[in-house]
Design a binder for this molecule. Structure first.
Ligand SMILES: [Mg+2]
Length: 382
């Protein structure tokens, strides 16, 4: 007898996530190939690696959720902080109580910082709990968020810093040859920026991210100098990142759309940015700014204030996959950022490597894809 399995009630039964019984921080550092250096190589070492700080949460009912905290240069201090400050507060909690756990962590740890490592750690827990929620419901994250506006998302190649006009122009041409139609530069000098824009002319839009190098006066001068390059946006032109009045001064010139937010800690930092008139484009990072829960709040704030929501993503692990789902759940389907480099090994077996400048939205339950444990074992830092 043929049984129509789509009508089998069992297939609609979801299981309870259950209580958290185990939490683990796993630091992976995978070498990459690039002719450039990361802007943020603060150890001065010669190794070119990017960290992925994985947080693995296991429940009594056998669900395993994966999260990611923003991390750089083998950040074992962050790993220790997650293990000693965060995990004791979550083991034993009901994994389905995402908002309650997030509040417990934020309220309990408020004295240790509202921006920075503590928030990176809380972000990772939030992502892992959403992964579990999706797996327990039998729904992909994007479906849990209300459904998808796209099967795949457009990716922008976020170039590292080349510090030479020839180097950045060559990388721009290579990224275009690989199918990217949006390129972001991390250069700070006019000759490099102009060379890349020339290389991209007519083929790709160019954004410029300078990572907060200038005083307001310096930024105003550069804002004028760059005006003829037709940049899609100018990101973090002034020091320090929370100098929202300074950003507003640059934005008031109306020469560039101003993007910022990767150094913010929560919704309320975006309220302050918007109140100051500092930004056209909000860039919260899911592994820095409070996870999926916080990004959804920030997206709503942006919609209500006519500010564009384009998450920052300098991540390669579950945080990047969470960002794909979040972007696909938005009607505007924001561009996905991916740092432009080729890894020695892929944490997700190539599923997060863009093809023709696009990345498919995973369809499996939760984040839809788990890290390759062989790669984790090979590049794990203790
Ligand atoms: Mg940036």
């Amino acid at each position: 007898m043929n049984v129509d399995r789509t009508l089998n009630p069992q297939s609609y039964v979801s299981r309870k996530a259950g209580r958290i019984v185990k939490a683990e921080a796993i630091l992976v550092a995978i070498p990459f190939q690039s002719d450039a250096k990361p802007v943020w190589n603060f150890t001065g070492g010669s190794k070119n690696t990017f960290d992925t700080m994985l947080v693995r949460i296991e429940t009594e009912n056998g669900f395993i959720g994966w999260g990611e905290a923003f991390s750089r240069t083998e950040d074992t201090a962050l790993k220790s902080l997650i293990e000693t400050r965060i995990f004791p507060l979550i083991v034993g909690e009901d994994a389905a109580a995402i908002s309650k756990i997030k509040f417990k962590l934020e309220f309990g740890l408020q004295n240790f910082g509202r921006v920075g490592p503590i928030m990176y750690a809380i972000s990772a827990v939030d992502i892992a709990l959403w992964d579990i929620a999706g797996k327990a419901a039998g729904l992909s994250l994007v479906d849990l968020l209300g459904g998808s506006f796209a099967q795949d998302v457009n990716v922008y190649a976020s170039l590292l810093r080349y510090d030479s006009p020839e180097g950045v122009a060559a990388a721009t041409r290579q990224a275009i040859d690989r199918g990217y139609r949006f390129i972001k530069l991390h250069e700070v000098n006019y000759p490099e920026i102009a060379a890349a824009c020339q290389a991209a002319e007519g083929q790709a839009a160019v954004m410029l991210d300078v990572n907060c190098p200038w005083s307001v006066a310096e930024a105003l001068a550069m804002d004028a100098r760059l005006a003829d390059l037709d940049l899609l946006w100018l990101e973090e032109p002034v020091w320090p990142p929370e100098n929202y009045r300074g950003l507003a001064r640059i934005r008031a010139q109306k020469r560039h759309r101003i993007a910022a937010g990767e150094n913010a800690g929560s919704l309320h930092d975006f309220v302050a940015m918007i109140d100051a008139g500092a930004i056209d484009i909000a860039q919260p990072d899911v592994a820095k700014t409070g996870g999926i829960s916080e990004l959804l709040k920030i997206a709503t704030l942006c919609e209500a204030n006519a500010v564009e929501f384009v998450p920052h993503c300098a991540l390669f692990g579950p945080g990047m996959i969470a960002t794909v789902h979040i972007n696909a759940s938005m009607r505007t389907v924001p561009l996905l950022e991916r740092l432009y480099c080729d890894f020695e090994a892929e944490l997700f077996g190539g599923a997060t490597v863009p093809k023709d400048g696009k990345l498919a939205v995973p369809t499996g339950p939760g984040l839809g894809i788990d890290p390759d444990l062989n790669v984790v074992d090979r590049y794990r830092i203790e």
